[in-house]
Design a protein around this ligand. Sequence first.
Ligand code: PMP
Length: 355
Amino acid sequence: MSKYWSPLAASLVPYVPGEQPKDKKYIKLNTNENPYPPSPKVLEAIREAANADLRLYPDPTCDALVRKIADYYGVRPEQVFVGNGSDEVLAFAFGAFFDPADPILFPDITYSFYKVYAEFFGLKAELIPLDERFEVPFELFDRENGGIVLPNPNAPTAILAPLDAFRGLLARNPDHVVMIDEAYIDFGGQSAVELVKEFPNALVVQTLSKSRSLAGIRVGFAIGSEELIEGLNRVKNSFNSYTLDRVALAAAIASFDDEVYFRTTTERVILTREAASDKLRQMGFEVTDSRANFVFISHPAIAAKTLFEQLREKGILVRYFNQPRIDNHLRVSIGTDEEMDAFLTALQEIVAARR
Ligand code: PMP
């Protein structure tokens, strides 16, 4: 606490980012980064963008990238908004669409930034409990609300919900925005982007951080009806009128131009995830049916915290949640095959030592 802080700053309970350790080199399976580098074409575009034009401001409306994303998803450019990572897009959306009069709804176990944004914008939030299998109980969202936020697949559970469930939710809430956070959709899910043509209240948010290996340059985007995109631009232009820098813009555009690389690397992550899930189950772990680039696991006899600590000692970082309902689970990002082999071997040693 400081006397210099505004009442707003004093009231905040900020999000704590996943650990980025500096003490030694770990096999890092804790923040859902892609184990593969960005496309060589992206790296080339970044080198080209690092030129004298950096003295000039970037395009405030990011037209070239907006058009690229619109073409890629078969929507109009007026239906696309881009931001510095999907975290920023989500923050603007919380400010643009949710009414403090009614509580916004999101699951009790989900991306913890939603709660932070709700508090930042002075919104009431009602947490809807996931069912005992960690699935989203869509029927419980049929209550008075000021808007709904749902990730698909959900995080950290990794479970995908069917598109029809979202169609129903959108139809039953025509007066409120339903925001679908698709940070992990490219790892085997079907995007809800097609629903934005049908529902003016649908906002789909995606990121280039995971499936496009670009967490380091911070690019996310939203697709929705023109009126929703206009709402996001109103908030953005009241905060920072320049969105992405020139280098990030060039990199993001190049990423959408290399579809083969995108498909090859996401497919590789999916194959590694399936193989790791099988092996974990054979070792006695419970593993949810993941459609993301991470798995959500628990062991019936060994506490997750113990596993987390012993893996860390062996130089492998995973994510432990000190939080009700999931404090006996770990979230493990999918690495390369070699990294996953090292993780599984270390885990096998820990399990064997406890017998
Ligand atoms: N949504 C979810 C569900 C996430 O897990 C993350 C990654 N932490 C994000 C959004 C934000 O990703 P980024 O800001 O890198 O686009």
